[in-house]
Every structure is written in C-alpha cells, then in structure tokens.
Design a protein around this ligand. Structure first.
Ligand SMILES: Cc1cc2nc3c(=O)[nH]c(=O)nc-3n(C[C@H](O)[C@H](O)[C@H](O)COP(=O)(O)O)c2cc1C
Length: 195
C-alpha cells in the first residue's frame, strides 16, 4: 500500500507537519510505503486556467511541479492530509494543490489523480478548535471529486505553534494513530476487494 502524506501548510515549522509525521510513523509500522512531501518544497504556481490553456496550445504538459505532484498521487493508493485552518476553512496552499491535481494528468483525463483514492484527514492549531472547522471543507471537496474520505478524522486544539516544545503527548498521538489505522484498514480492504 502506497500512501502520499502532506500538509496544507507552507510554514517551515508547521505544527500540522509534526502531527502528520506521527500518523506517518504509525502507517509505516503497519507496513505502508509512505512518501511524505512538503508543498513548500514543490513550489506549485497559483492555479491559472490561462497558463494551463497556453501550455496545452503549445503541446506542453503541466508545469513541472504539478506533474511531480500528479505523478506522486497517481502512484498512491491513499492520501494522508493534515490541514491547517485559515479563517475557518482550508489553507490556500492545500486548495491550490487539490485544484492542480484535479486537472488532466497526461492522457489519463481529469480527476485521474483522485480515482480510487482513500483519504485520512487531520488538523491542528494553537486555538481552542484545533482546525475542526476546516476539516468538513476538505472532506466536502475531496468527496466531491471521487475520493473516499474515511469517517475518522482528528482535530487537535492547543498545539504549541510557536515553540519546539515536546509535542505531541500520548492523547494526541492516539488521535493521530486512530486516523492512520482507519486509513490503513480501509485502504487495505478496498485494495483486497479490487483484487
Ligand atoms: C490567514 C490565517 C488565518 C488563520 N485562521 C485560523 C483559524 O480560523 N483557526 C485556527 O485555529 N487558526 C487559524 N490560524 C492560525 C493557524 O492555525 C496557525 O498559523 C498554524 O500554525 C497553522 O498551521 P501550521 O503551523 O501547520 O502552518 C490562521 C492563520 C492565518 C495565517
């Protein structure tokens, strides 16, 4: 089972990445092949339909960072996403990545990156709600483009956003592990059913 893991954060010291890595560790313990990437390294351009049209007119493919992300998604069975909450919703970086990957990947047509994909969602923030308002938004968007988003998600309040304090504690770890386990079990069942 191949899992692609990323956050919607562009911050070098992303707290969501710290949470993500806990769940990545659990998936690896279960035997998943996990690829963790940071959107800040990819440097995706802001989605621009004119850019896409101009490239197509010249017979060129998508921008190189987009192709890279699409290839990683096409090679994955499942996505693990930790989404920062911005103003009660998902971050622009995450929406941008989702939008780029909803477009045609080579000759595979639109939404190929999401076909058959399973997703597990998490969020954290320093605030009292821990990003819980953004998660239904991510769920709605991904479900609408064909992703099977697992029922278990996890939002973790009160994260030490500005410090390198020892975090997370056991309670947070168990929340991240629950998402990882549910993602692993659901993806394994679907892969087995497909044969
Ligand atoms: C534009 C903006 C809007 C934000 N809105 C929220 C919010 O609605 N809820 C919340 O809990 N935190 C909010 N935050 C704080 C983020 O949770 C915080 O920056 C967090 O560190 C982001 O996660 P990261 O460290 O993984 O990047 C906001 C931050 C920014 C920059």
């Amino acid at each position: 089972m191949k899992v692609l893991a990323f956050t919607g954060s562009m911050r070098a010291r992303s707290i969501n990445r710290r949470l993500l890595l806990v769940a990545c560790g659990r998936l690896q313990e279960r035997g998943a092949d996990v690829t963790e990437i940071q959107l800040r390294d990819l440097k995706l351009p802001m989605f621009d339909e004119d850019m896409e049209t101009a490239l197509k007119a010249k017979g060129e493919s998508m921008p190189e960072p987009v192709v890279k992300l699409q290839d990683l998604m096409l090679a994955s069975d499942a996505l693990l996403i930790a989404s920062p909450e911005y103003n009660g919703s998902l971050s622009p970086a995450l929406k941008n990545a989702i939008d780029w990957c909803s477009r045609r990947a080579d000759d595979q047509g639109p939404l190929a990156c999401y076909r058959g994909q399973v997703a597990g969602l998490m969020a954290t923030s320093g605030g009292r709600l821990g990003g819980i308002r953004g998660l239904p938004e991510v769920r709605r968007i991904l479900s609408g483009i064909g992703v099977h988003v697992i029922a278990h998600d996890f939002a973790c309040p009160g994260a030490p956003v500005e410090t390198t304090a020892d975090w997370p504690d056991d309670t947070v770890r168990s929340g991240a592990h629950r998402v990882a386990d549910a993602l692993y079990d659901t993806t394994a069942a679907l892969l087995a059913a497909r044969g």
